[in-house]
Design a protein around this ligand. Structure first.
Ligand SMILES: [Zn+2]
Length: 549
């Protein structure tokens, strides 16, 4: 699932390079130590760390490195003195030998369909389960939309379109137009099908609304799938099987049912829909579950007068690890993704600690969570949000770093999912002090806001931001450098060539660290409780108490 869940600067925070006039440089934050920042990135992404996969030797080295770095900076271990929070994980592996037929049409594993089970069961054996098309598979009261209205999904398998009606009809005022809402994410589709009591859920792949080709689905959904060990009730209510089917095979299935997928897709965008296909699914495959703990690293710098209130910085320390089946280089070093963000929170931690030591402590506490398992589905952050060391109702805000800017300084500053929360105002003020302009990401339809660790907190109504970088280089020289570096780094997202380079221009990344630092500092010395804007998916979960305008 890696490629599907993790968004990074490469794809989200940077668009085409364009020349613009250079703004005045004005770092509002203290001088970050670039050499030390580079050293951290280089060490964490070195071959010795083996690509930092959860539950491997690479994890042991990473935990040790980060714990020591936080301790050296003067931060406390947040978990009763320890820097580690155990995250119980389970790894599910579905057999490659799968017998699947839908509507009597045999489906070839990988080529036509991918299927797995997030249950600790040795054998999945589903016989003659009715298939029900449920449109986009959305139940969203705030949009007055329920594709499941009046249908009993017990014992049945939901067949679901990817993305949301706003993508199909951007000018209709439905959902958030072209920008993907959480209802468009595949994770939501399975969650909702589970809440509806369905036996299984199959998403119809379509490259445009999914924003990635079938090959990504195939690579991400085959082999071991790491997940959190859930409480029994949540676990039991999950669908037995979850999968994806190619559009070609879905077309064939709908034809078999005497229906047109194209027509139904149109209908599903204009109003909620469900249609029994009057066809059955037969699914059989062997399954394996293996258990192991991974760890979040959590360090805190206690505040003075309001030290029970916390501002969080998150960055995932994990990456993909080693693939022994590869020819040549087998190590996914993850230098940009996300040794850079991890090094970023270390640098911010050091600066806050230094200022506190030099007589400028903050009123509120600042807490750093280096998360595990982001690449496997935001696992570490999901675990922390469900089992917080400091209560979420005392957690003021979350600043997430996932892949810093390596393309030099920009005159703009990208906020992913812009328009969601009042927390953006604190960023905007800090950005303004750097004479830069806040902009939205270039492709909100790909759902970047839901694809890194901040989202795990948004789901609980805690204001969380994912921001940095921009698309406008500050001058011609930077634009040229950016074009060159883009070429050198082409194809390296989630690939073995995501390695540290001494010729990276990190000046833009350091400015971005300054924005987070300054925004958090203002918030940490205030009594403000920013919230999500009314009308967004998360507002009702925790309305704002007070915030700067
Ligand atoms: Zn990442």
């Amino acid at each position: 699932m890696r490629l599907l869940v993790s968004a990074c600067a490469l794809t989200v925070l940077s668009a085409c390079s364009q020349y613009s006039t250079a703004p005045q440089s004005s770092l509002t934050a203290p001088e970050f130590n670039e050499a030390r920042f580079r050293q951290d990135i280089q060490t964490l992404s070195s071959d010795k760390f083996e690509g930092r996969a959860p539950t491997t030797h690479g994890e042991t080295l990473t935990l040790d490195y980060l714990s020591k770095a936080f301790a050296a900076a003067g931060l406390e271990g947040a978990n009763g003195g320890s820097y580690l929070q155990a995250v119980p994980m389970v790894s599910y592996t579905a057999s490659e030998q799968q017998q699947i037929s839908l509507g009597g049409i045999p489906m070839t594993y990988r080529k036509d369909i991918v299927m797995g089970s997030r249950h600790d069961t040795k054998q999945v054996d589903i016989k003659n389960a009715p298939l029900v098309f449920v449109g986009y598979g959305i139940n969203a009261p705030e949009y007055s939309w329920n594709d499941y209205q009046g249908v009993d999904m017990k014992g049945k398998i939901a067949v679901i379109l990817v993305n949301d009606p706003g993508f199909a009809l951007p000018d209709s005022g439905k959902f958030d137009g072209k920008a993907m809402t959480y209802y468009g994410r595949w994770t939501y589709k399975y969650e909702e099908a589970s809440r509806q009591g369905a036996l299984g859920a199959i998403i119809i792949h379509d490259t445009k609304p999914a924003a990635y080709p079938w090959s990504v689905v195939e690579n991400s959904w085959t082999g071991a799938q790491q997940d959190l060990v859930l409480d029994k009730k949540t676990q039991d209510s999950r669908v037995q099987v979850e999968g994806w089917i190619t559009k070609d095979k879905a077309n064939a299935l709908f034809e078999k049912a005497g229906l047109s997928l194209a027509t139904l897709t149109d209908r599903a965008a204009s109003s909620p829909v469900h249609v029994a296909l009057e066809q059955e699914a037969n699914i059989a495959f062997a399954n394996k579950a293996e258990y192991a703990n991974s760890y979040n690293v959590v360090a805190t710098l206690p505040g003075t007068s309001a030290n029970d209130e916390h501002i969080l910085f998150t960055a995932h320390w994990d990456h993909i690890g080693i693939d022994p089946s590869r020819e040549g280089d087998q190590i996914y070093n993850g230098a940009l993704d996300n040794a850079s963000g991890t090094a970023g929170i270390l640098e911010i931690a050091r600066q806050f600690a230094l200022q506190a030591k030099n007589g400028s402590p903050l009123k509120r506490s600042i807490t750093f969570v280096a998360t595990t398992g982001e690449e496997q589905g935001l696992l570490g952050s999901r675990y922390y949000a469900a089992n917080p060391i400091y209560p979420l109702d005392k957690t003021v805000a979350v600043f997430n770093l996932d892949s810093t800017n390596i393309y030099g300084r920009t005159s703009d500053y990208t906020v992913v999912g812009k328009g969601k929360s009042e927390l953006e105002n604190y960023l905007a003020n800090a950005v303004k002090a750097q004479n830069r302009a806040v902009v939205a990401e270039s492709r909100p339809e790909s759902g970047g806001f839901f694809r890194s660790d901040h989202f795990s907190f948004a789901k609980f109504g805690v204001p969380a931001v994912f921001a940095g970088g921009g698309s406008q280089p500050v001058d011609e020289a930077t634009a040229k450098y950016k074009a060159d570096m883009k070429e050198k780094f082409k194809g390296c997202y989630h690939n073995v060539c995501d390695e540290y380079r001494a010729d990276w221009d990190l000046s833009g990344a350091l400015e971005d660290l300054g924005v987070y630092f300054q925004a958090a500092k203002v918030l940490a010395n205030s009594n403000d409780w920013p919230g999500y804007y009314p009308g967004t998916e998360f507002h009702s979960l925790r309305p704002a108490k007070t915030a700067v305008k």
